[in-house]
Design a protein around this ligand. Structure first.
Ligand code: 4NP
Length: 154
């Protein structure tokens, strides 16, 4: 299974979503390829936001090796599940999709933990430090459900 996490800048939400999934999968011996991307190109090549690296570290998760890239159309072929952090990311990826099978790969990640809610992972970029921990708390629960889905569907 190949899972891509997507947000706007690929420096706050999607890198930590990738880091949480990568760590849980390794701990549980689950075979999953993980990556993340941003719909925008502002931060391509940059490491995750230092505030997210620091908050992740306090939670025992190391994302300091990750580097931002932009979402590309080839990602529809290269991944089985593509998780949007918010509605805007979701809409952008649905717009770029060429086929129904591409569109079906795209999901809002918090619908895993809160089915049908269409809830969003709030963008912490312009807020205070507590926003980063809130993102981690939301994604920790959602990623457990992603892992359950992978275990069920292979
Ligand atoms: P992310 O957060 O989408 O969670 O990586 C953001 C990072 C940068 C910007 C916006 C959101 N920005 O406008 O530069």
């Amino acid at each position: 299974m190949r899972v891509l996490m997507v947000c706007l800048g690929n420096i706050c939400r999607s890198p930590i979503a990738e880091g949480i999934l990568r760590q849980k999968a390794a701990e549980q011996g689950i075979d999953v390829a993980t990556d993340s991307a941003g719909t925008a190109a502002y931060h391509v090549g940059e490491a995750p936001d230092r505030r997210m690296i620091m908050t992740a570290g306090k939670n025992g998760i190391d994302i300091s090796d990750l580097s931002a890239r932009q979402f590309v159309k080839a990602d529809y072929q290269n991944f089985d599940l593509i998780y949007a952090m918010d509605q805007s990311n979701y809409d952008n990826m649905i717009r770029l999709a060429a086929t129904e099978s591409d569109r079906q790969k795209v999901r809002l990640i918090l619908n895993e933990s809160n089915p049908g809610s269409n809830a969003e992972v709030p963008d912490p970029y312009y807020g205070g430090d507590q926003g980063f921990q809130h993102v981690i708390d939301l994604l920790d629960v959602a990623v457990d459900k992603v892992i359950e889905r992978i275990k069920t569907n292979g």
